[in-house]
Design a protein around this ligand. Structure first.
Ligand code: C2E
Ligand code: CA
Ligand code: CA
Ligand code: CA
Length: 283
């Protein structure tokens, strides 16, 4: 099945592999989906926020909203366990609407109190192609008196690199609206230079799997360096994901990578903590 393919490609473990090996209609899968349906309604979903930091100036450039689910019985369920499931059902649309609404409310609270940090939200394939997405964003931005650059969408390489995305009306409408797009998980797909050049993205996020190996092997260093160079030559900004140490941040800075995100700077945290964190750093 698609789910099994997805997990096989991502090389994941634990619950996910267990789910992947099961049939699409397995009790386990249906349970989690049923629970998720309830969770969306009952407010068990919440956003956490993680800052993105400029590697040369140390300035906070924005924050990424990351979905958290605190399951009544299971405790925290990681997004990598439930997003792929939700993507196979109508629930994903509802989840994305929740994420966009919550992120917009939060960015408005920050923005209007002087913390002008854009919030990035992750959107999945079908949501990006949903013709109502631009309207939803436009209405939300207007209602909260926010400029389009207060929000941005992160879309994975595998989705944005398809012809379907390139020609989608929704993508053109988003560009028209002025909402920036970022290419997520770069390096894990099969992008060609030509495609990358044609895409309406302003930022490329280098997948954490390459970043974390910096300093360990010369190959990984060459890969990251060539991505950073490629991204710069296209006039786009490079952001490294999964920066876990000062050493790695140093390598990236030396390579000319623009920004970094990861535990070295801050872990994803609830909105209240993020506000305190930002207040101490943004003027
Ligand atoms: P992503 O968009 O690539 O997000 C980055 C992931 O790396 C997050 O995992 C984040 O918590 C984690 N991370 C941050 N810093 C570090 C670090 O220094 N080291 C390591 N090893 N990891 C770090 P998380 O929160 O578990 O999210 C996993 C994935 O789930 C995300 O990957 C994204 O694809 C998806 N996701 C999360 N929230 C949403 C959402 O609201 N909507 C959609 N469609 N997908 C989401
Ligand atoms: Ca992301
Ligand atoms: Ca990513
Ligand atoms: Ca990822």
């Amino acid at each position: 099945s698609d789910v099994a393919m997805y997990f096989a490609k991502e090389g994941r473990s634990g619950v996910e592999v267990y789910l992947a090996e099961k049939d699409r209609n397995s009790p386990e899968r249906l349970n989690l989906l049923g629970d998720l349906r309830r969770a969306v309604g009952d407010g068990e979903l919440q956003l956490h926020y993680q800052p993105k930091v400029n590697l040369s100036s140390g300035r906070v450039e924005g924050v990424e909203a990351l979905l958290r689910w605190w399951h009544r019985e299971r405790g925290p369920v990681p997004p990598d366990d439930f997003i792929p499931l939700a993507e196979q059902s109508y629930l994903m649309r509802q989840i994305t609407q929740y994420v966009i609404d919550a992120a917009l409310e939060q960015v408005a609270a920050w923005w209007h109190s002087g913390l002008r940090v854009p919030v990035a939200v992750n959107v999945s394939a079908r949501d990006l192609l949903d013709p109502t997405l631009p309207e939803l964003l436009e209405a939300g931005l207007a209602r909260l008196d926010l400029p389009p650059v207060a929000i941005r969408l992160e879309v994975t390489e595998r989705i944005l690199m398809t012809d379907q995305a390139y020609t989608a009306d929704s993508v053109h409408a988003l560009v028209e609206l002025g909402v920036p797009l970022a290419l997520d998980d770069f390096g894990t797909g099969y992008s060609s230079l030509v495609r990358l050049q044609r895409l309406p993205v302003c930022e490329v996020k280098i997948d954490g799997s390459f970043v974390q190996r910096l300093g360990k092997t010369a190959d990984d260093e060459r890969i990251v360096r060539s991505i950073v160079d490629l991204v710069r030559s296209l006039g786009l900004r490079s952001v490294a994901e999964g920066v876990e140490s000062d050493e790695v941040a140093g390598y990236l800075r030396e390579m000319g990578c623009d920004a970094g995100q990861g535990w070295w700077f801050a872990e994803p945290m609830p909105a209240g903590e993020m506000t305190t964190w930002l207040r101490a750093r943004v003027d």
